[in-house]
Write a protein that binds this ligand. Structure first.
Ligand SMILES: Nc1ncnc2c1ncn2[C@@H]1O[C@H](COP(=O)(O)OP(=O)(O)OP(=O)(O)O)[C@@H](O)[C@H]1O
Ligand SMILES: Nc1ncnc2c1ncn2[C@@H]1O[C@H](COP(=O)(O)OP(=O)(O)OP(=O)(O)O)[C@@H](O)[C@H]1O
Ligand SMILES: [Mg+2]
Ligand SMILES: [Mg+2]
Lengths: 248, 248
């Protein structure tokens, strides 16, 4: 049975997608069979792997609303397998809001196929809505990418509260794997202050090392690669590989 | 009658909140009476002005679901007036989804008070859901902050499509003021490429100058200030002032 990770943080632009893609690539390079699940209607993960979300016949949306089996929707991308998203997924949110047991929708979609993988990584949208709750319900553990800046700080407590609710109601076994400091600016005191602040206030484990900010990481999606593939000797690739080893 | 701007981009972390706060501060310094509207349940704008969202008795949420007049909810913050958000606003989204004419909810909330201001700036959450649609329906024009990186690029076309829908159905007079290049990395080719790409594909006007990436801008919220107040001589403050002048 695979380890299923939800990569979540309702704050926007904290490198959830970048982290899912990089960790997935690193784990695949270590020999794991990896499934990536794109749960964002903006389909950035899907795009990032070189799959055109607007050209897809089917996406995870069809698994939710038309009961299409996930095995008929997943697509191979290099050494990874992707359950892709498309803009249709915005319709899934509306559809699921009206359904009993909606929190379990993703878990049900993944159940028949997850046995084929060693690790599943779910990329969440920047919200604590029904798609993220579904990811938290389907997961064994949560990875929290965090941009160590003032405006990101507040969200972590709220996310931890949401995780407690999910533990209480829909997924008692859910663990928190830890926080990953993303786009970390090592040159300033602020980054380290925010990280220590969050760790001491929430008691969350901080996974090491931080991933430093680097323009090459932002450029990798243009080449339809994660930094791990795009520039394997780059410090960011190295950081994500060291983080990936701790998730196996 | 004031000029009402919706500051929107469904991509996360592209400096919507930072831009609203900075432009608002710059316009107030030019003598305008400025109203800031926080439409994000994460209440980052509210926090950024030094208002504690968790200590608020009422927020814009109460205007939506309990018909509390906006005049009883707004709060003075320095030279600005703020219609604040709180986590309750997540409940507004659900509530509004069930209501006829929901797109006009914010417009109705603002109608009695907007005459007291020269400019209104609405901070949108990272989604194209009911709150953002409400902002686009209430606005005279849209400002699109854009992080000039590959993963942000795709979203702009989708946002422009949404704006066309709003023009067609709920706000025929809606204009696009233009794109602001935020957190701009002048040292690389990528940033300028993405900006030119978006401009040529969408025909959108690019407002000048770009706001360069600088750690001081990310630190300003810790002091409960925008960069314009926090470091008036800083290049980012200067950029936002020059942008503000074009919005009057
Ligand atoms: N270490 C890094 N250094 C520089 N840029 C980075 C780094 N990590 C991610 N980025 C870039 O920052 C931007 C935001 O990252 P990303 O889209 O992965 O965040 P996200 O949390 O998934 O956003 P959203 O909330 O919109 O889903 C992207 O353009 C990405 O390429
Ligand atoms: N020019 C800049 N240079 C450096 N950091 C910046 C700049 N502009 C904004 N930031 C920082 O980048 C982060 C994201 O900005 P902000 O929260 O304003 O984006 P947003 O689009 O409102 O995000 P969300 O989608 O979550 O609402 C914040 O920590 C902010 O302080
Ligand atoms: Mg993402
Ligand atoms: Mg914001």
């Amino acid at each position: 049975m695979p380890k299923v990770y939800a990569v979540a943080n309702q704050k926007g632009g904290v490198a959830k997608t970048t982290t899912v893609h990089a960790l997935g690539t690193a784990l695949a390079a270590l020999g794991d069979r990896v499934l990536l699940v794109d749960l964002d209607p903006q389909a950035c993960l899907t795009f990032s792997t070189g799959t055109d979300p607007d050209a897809l016949e089917r996406s995870v949306h069809d698994c939710f609303v038309r009961d299409v089996p996930a095995v008929d929707v997943v697509t191979k991308v290099g050494d990874l397998v992707l359950l892709p998203a498309s803009i249709d997924l915005a319709g899934s949110e509306l559809f699921l809001l009206g359904k009993t047991g909606r929190e379990f929708a993703l878990k049900k979609v993944l159940a028949p196929i997850k046995g084929d993988y060693d690790v599943v990584l779910i990329d969440c949208p920047p919200s604590l809505g029904v798609l993220t709750i579904g990811a938290l319900t389907a997961a064994d553990a949560v990875i929290i990418p965090m941009q160590c800046e003032a405006l990101s700080e507040r969200g972590v407590a709220q996310l931890v509260e949401t995780i407690s609710d999910v533990r209480e109601f829909t997924n008692p076994a859910l663990e928190i794997a830890g926080v990953i400091a993303t786009m970390f600016d090592g040159r300033t005191v602020e980054g380290r202050r925010v990280l220590d602040d969050v760790a001491s206030k929430t008691g969350l484990r901080v996974l090491e090392p931080p991933v430093k900010r680097s323009v090459r990481i932002a450029e990798a999606p243009t080449a339809h690669r994660s930094i791990v593939d795009h520039a394997p000797k780059h410090a960011g690739a190295e950081a994500y590989r060291r983080l990936a080893e701790q998730l196996r």
